[in-house]
Design a protein around this ligand. Structure first.
Ligand code: DON
Length: 559
């Protein structure tokens, strides 16, 4: 039977099926919360508490977001930290305005498109593990820029919770303990990582063990209230450059001195009466908007959440979105025509293509990884921050500067190591995204804020490489199209499709009949325990409902 006709048959069967399903939330209480005045959702409960502490001290959403980012950089050190970079999408209620801050890492000035070729062959490991994978960190410059423009507090006040967590110690979450155990052999090889993350006998800590990072606490303290001067021009810069030189890396004092975060124009598109705001390139925000646009007026509610006909529609939209993503890159180097991507004709074409199956070769396993961290903040004045920060893969370049406690990112792996060569997330490299000195690599990180009648009603974002794009899309649709609350929306099983490899990744808790139905439609499925983590906050007057993703743990804290 042709796939389109099958879709119709399954539509009828599964509308009935969906109507009988229960979507009750099954997450631990700490990952869900309600709030009256403000809320922080983070992939670390300690960091969410740090953010709320700042809100209670009178800080606004920007103060709390950067405090949470610094704290999660301590407690989720495998995912993010001041050796990385990120994106911050900000809504300031008084001005009714959105701002997009890009403080992603950049390629060092000595970087070259062929730097990962050895004897004419691409060696992708060079971009992933070790000093050549490191991009110039943007985290501190981004935090400082946001704080100076919209914050109300000084750096040391917002850094205090992170300094305390690092200096006094924090308990290893199940997720962190698992990641340390998984990477123990690589951690052992790096003196900076092993001195903090392994026990004196060389074994990995257990869940609940205390981890202390005195060196990181001291570094944060040493940044004072002028963190950019100290990090990019002062003692920290000197230590970073010396470490890089000793290990044969490229980052120089000029790279650090010249690093600047970029305030960019947020992009937006409508979905069913909502206006969705996202980060522009080099984020993949435009892809989420394109996919949502293609599903606009799609009567999804009638199909039923996670019904096979809905998932088939999603798969086709995701596939085309990821094909379009190949044209994306740093806009300072490559023209990315977002207006064309989001114009009505393009979206209409995508909508129609999404109803047709496609064939493409090469099924393969897609990589799963757990670096990166998303956090969301809403304050009492209605300001909203959606922030995603990363050191790329787990423990980044697998190197920490012992004198600083700063874990170095491996963000260079987000560039195309060579055309057609897949990176850690099996995303294939395209020329647009090739390495250039001073360029920022393409990113899947895509925090979004959704408004109705000009007022934010939802913010969401996630971690998990390319599954961020598909995860944010599905959680947003679970709330906007299927009217689930934040906890249920985040808990629903998800799928991921990224065009190549030609395989739909499905979480194992997706019901078996649904999986069988997709297989009968000729989709090749790869079942995985779980995909990336997505958090969400729904926003109504005095009624904030937030959920961190139980897949990774973390916390939602309201007050
Ligand atoms: O910016 C990106 O797309 C990647 N560096 C994100 C990496 C990531 O999410 C790791 N996984 N959880």
């Amino acid at each position: 039977m042709p796939r389109r006709i099958q879709l119709c048959a399954f539509t009828i069967a599964f509308v009935l099926f969906a109507a009988t399903r229960s979507y009750a939330a099954a997450s631990a209480p700490e990952t869900s919360a309600v709030g009256v005045h403000g809320m922080v959702v983070s992939e670390s409960a300690d960091a969410a508490r740090a953010g709320v502490e700042i809100l209670k001290q009178g800080g606004n959403a920007v103060d709390a977001a950067v405090a949470t980012a610094l704290a999660v950089g301590v407690t989720n050190p495998a995912s993010c930290g001041i050796g990385g970079g990120g994106f911050m999408l900000i809504y300031m209620a008084k001005a009714h305005a959105f701002y997009a801050l890009d403080y992603r890492e950049t390629a060092p000035l000595q970087a070259r498109p062929d730097m990962y070729l050895r004897n004419g062959k691409p060696d992708e490991d060079l971009a992933r593990d070790g000093i050549l994978g490191v991009g110039v960190p943007g985290e501190i410059a981004g935090i400082d820029a946001a704080l100076r423009r919209f914050g109300t507090m000084k750096f040391q006040q917002i850094a205090a919770p992170a300094e305390k967590l690092a200096g006094d110690g924090y308990t290893a979450s199940p997720h962190l303990a698992k990641e340390i155990a998984m990477l123990a052999p690589k951690i052992k090889n790096d003196p900076g990582l092993s001195q903090v993350f392994l026990k004196p006998d060389g074994s990995a800590p257990n869940t609940g063990d205390t981890i202390v990072a005195k060196n990181l606490a001291a570094t944060l303290k040493s940044l004072g209230d002028d963190p950019v001067t100290n990090f990019y021009h002062g003692e920290v810069a000197r230590a970073l450059v010396e470490f890089t030189k000793t290990h044969g890396g490229l980052i120089s004092s000029a790279d650090l001195a010249e690093y600047r975060p970029d305030w960019r124009n947020p992009i937006r598109h409508r979905y069913e009466g909502y206006e969705v705001y996202a980060m522009p390139p080099p984020s993949s925000g435009g892809i989420v908007l394109e996919m949502l646009g293609a599903l606009d007026s799609g009567h999804l509610a009638g199909l039923g959440v996670n019904s096979p006909p809905y998932l088939a529609r999603l798969i086709e939209v995701m596939r085309q979105g990821f094909i379009d993503r190949e044209r994306y890159a740093d806009p300072a180097f490559v023209g990315v025509d977002i207006e064309k991507l989001l114009n009505d004709a393009n979206i209409q074409q995508l909508r129609e293509r999404a109803l047709h199956p496609k064939t493409s070769p090469a099924p393969a396993a897609a990589a799963h990884d757990h670096g990166t961290s998303n956090l969301l903040v809403v304050d009492k004045d209605g300001n909203v921050v959606a922030l995603t920060t990363t050191i790329n893969t787990v423990f980044g370049a697998k190197m920490s500067v012992p004198a600083l406690g700063v874990i170095l990112n491996d963000e260079m792996d987000d560039f195309a190591v060579a055309p057609g060569v897949p990176n850690a997330y099996r995303l294939e490299g395209e020329r647009a995204n090739e390495v250039r000195a001073g360029k920022r690599p393409l990113s899947s990180m895509t925090p979004i804020i959704v408004t109705r009648n000009g007022v934010p009603v939802l913010t969401t974002g996630g971690s998990g490489g390319p599954t961020i794009v598909s995860g944010v899309l599905q959680v947003a649709l679970n709330i906007l199209a299927f009217h689930l609350d934040a906890t249920a929306a985040v808990a629903e099983p998800r799928i991921h499709e990224q065009a190549a490899p030609d395989v739909v990744i499905v979480e194992q808790k997706m019901p078996t009949p649904t999986r069988s139905a997709l297989e009968q439609m000729d989709y090749k499925l790869k079942v995985v325990p779980e995909l990336g983590a997505v958090g969400a906050i729904t926003i109504a007057p005095a009624n904030l409902r937030g959920a961190a993703d139980p897949r990774k743990g973390g916390g939602a804290v309201g007050y």
